[in-house]
Each structure stands twice: as structure tokens, then as C-alpha cells.
Design a protein around this ligand. Structure first.
Ligand SMILES: [Zn+2]
Length: 301
């Protein structure tokens, strides 16, 4: 049976994504635009019955964590958004994007443990799964602590062809990265693998790029072509097309961005209905690989 797999992971963070460099504009977007964008995403995924992994910053569930932060509580505290996701028709997975969006490549083991234990406690209180992890800024570290906290899988760095250019220096890498995003070059299908710590690494294939600054020149048509190639390649190679993004990637040119994603989800749902594509969450993919049993509850109370 020749078919590819699709995994979509969404990093839900609101202002926690910019906690160390908040700007008035960023806070305004988090306060005013994040909720309507998330509502559109949930509706769109429901329309096609597509489940995804929402990696949430756990502090979004903790009112005390929002105290004394700039820009108003709604930028930092969003149980309403998470409740909407949990109550969607599509059976989404709630994953973790850390306790307070701290960076795992620059913290001590004790800090990593504290951050993850805070996250796990919030997930438990709200009866949310705690299987899948997305590193803030995709900065990997303390995998043993992840495993000890009970997580089973994480999103590894994207494996684009531009990664190879890294050896040629930072500028070359950045230029190649930009070219990669500009042109309809096929995203690389990925393979989920269990690493030495026993965690399942599911690398990203493609970031659905924001459209501010120079990136506004990335045409919607090029993005659609890349998305279609991503699905086709994963089918041809029986790999995983792992698409990821943040709601903030829809802050600019929102309607055009949403239309691009809607178009993609329609393609994916159509291929899935014909048996050409399987749509999985990160946790499902990992449990299948390691033969683990059912997820821990999903109902927000
Ligand atoms: Zn983040």
C-alpha cells in the first residue's frame, strides 16, 4: 500500500513566544489577532476532520503566570483558546511547547526539569495529554529530562536541503534558507526515529512562513506548489510530510495565508479519502513506532 503520511504541528504561545523581547506590535497581535486566527484554524481543520498536534505553552493555562506581564492578561493567559481546540470536532492532540517558553539549549538540567514539571502539572490539572514536545525556537536540549518527565516524542529540526549549506558558513546558509523558502523546491519527507534516549524524533519538513518583511515576496502560488510537492514526495517515498507553523504566521496577509492553508487541507483530505494519505498526530506516530498504549486523557475540565 503506497501512501504517505501527514503530520501538522502548531506552536501555540501567544505573547510567550516573544516573552524576552516583547514589542507593542507583537503584544497587540497576540491580544487582538491570535484568537480569531485560532478560531479560523480550528474551524478549517474541523471542516476536513483533520487532527493536528497543538504544542501549547503551559503558562497559557496559569493565570498567575500572566501577572505583571506587559500588554494585558489576554496576551499571556488563554484557557479559552485551548478549550476551543479540545472541544473541536477533530480529535486534536495537545502537546507541550514548554512551561514558559524557555530555551532548552541554554538552561541547566534543574531549570529544564522545573520548566517541564510545571508544564506537566498544568496538563494534568486540565486532563490534557503530555506526550509530544516542541522545543521553543526548536532549540534542542535535555532530552533525558524530557523522557524522565514522561514525554515520548519531539519535533526535530527541519531537514531542508539548505541544512547542508550550513557547512559553508552562516550567510550562505541563510541565503540558501531564504531561497529554499522562495522557490517551489520540494520539502524533504522525513522519517520518525527513536533516539538513544528512547524518544521519537519527528523532524519538521516545512514551516508555513509568515508574510512580513522580505517574506511578503514569497508568493502564495510558490507556497502552494511547495505544499503540493511535500505531499507528493511523502507519497512517493512513503515518508512523512511534517508541516508546522504558529498562529502568528498568519498575522500578516491573514486572509491569503488562511486561504493557502485551506487549499492545502482540502488537497490532504481528498488524498486521505482516497487512501493515498494518512493523517496522524505526533503522539499517534510515536506510539505506533514504540508500540506504546493509549494516550493519557484529552478532556479539558
Ligand atoms: Zn515558540
Amino acid at each position: 500500500m503506497a501512501r504517505g503520511q501527514l503530520i501538522i504541528s502548531i506552536d501555540l504561545e501567544l505573547a510567550w513566544g516573544v516573552w524576552d523581547h516583547p514589542t507593542p506590535e507583537g503584544l497587540r497581535f497576540a491580544a487582538e489577532d491570535e484568537r480569531p486566527i485560532c478560531a479560523s484554524l480550528v474551524d478549517m481543520l474541523d471542516r476536513h476532520q483533520i487532527p493536528v498536534t497543538w504544542a501549547i505553552v503551559a503558562a497559557l493555562l496559569d493565570e498567575a503566570s500572566a501577572a505583571a506581564r506587559p500588554g494585558g492578561k489576554q496576551c499571556w493567559y488563554a484557557p479559552d483558546v485551548i478549550e476551543r481546540i479540545v472541544n473541536a470536532k477533530s480529535r486534536h492532540e495537545i502537546g507541550s511547547h514548554g512551561g514558559r517558553h524557555r530555551y532548552f539549549d541554554r538552561m541547566a538540567p534543574a531549570q529544564a526539569r522545573e520548566d517541564l514539571e510545571f508544564a506537566r502539572a498544568q496538563h494534568r490539572v486540565h486532563a490534557l495529554q503530555f506526550d509530544a514536545f516542541v522545543f521553543p525556537r526548536n532549540s534542542i536540549g535535555h532530552l533525558d529530562v524530557l523522557r524522565d518527565t514522561g514525554l515520548i516524542t519531539f519535533r526535530g529540526p527541519d531537514l531542508g536541503w539548505f541544512m547542508a549549506a550550513g557547512a559553508a558558513g552562516r550567510m550562505a546558509s541563510r541565503t540558501a534558507n531564504f531561497v529554499d523558502k522562495m522557490l517551489p523546491i520540494a520539502p524533504t519527507p522525513v522519517v520518525a526515529r527513536q533516539n538513544d534516549e528512547g524518544l521519537v524524533d519527528i523532524p519538521g519538513s516545512m514551516l508555513l512562513l509568515a508574510r512580513n518583511g522580505a517574506r511578503r515576496f514569497v508568493f502564495a502560488a510558490a507556497t502552494r506548489a511547495k505544499l503540493a510537492l511535500g505531499l507528493a514526495r511523502s507519497r512517493d517515498r512513503k515518508g512523512i510530510f511534517h508541516l508546522w507553523f504558529h498562529p502568528s504566521n498568519f498575522y500578516y496577509r491573514r486572509d491569503e495565508q488562511l486561504a493557502t492553508l485551506a487549499w492545502f487541507l482540502e488537497q490532504a483530505a481528498d488524498q486521505a479519502s482516497r487512501g493515498d494519505l494518512e493523517i496522524l498526530t505526533m503522539g499517534e506516530c510515536a506510539r505506533r513506532l514504540i508500540g506504546a498504549t493509549a494516550p493519557s486523557g484529552r478532556v479539558l475540565q
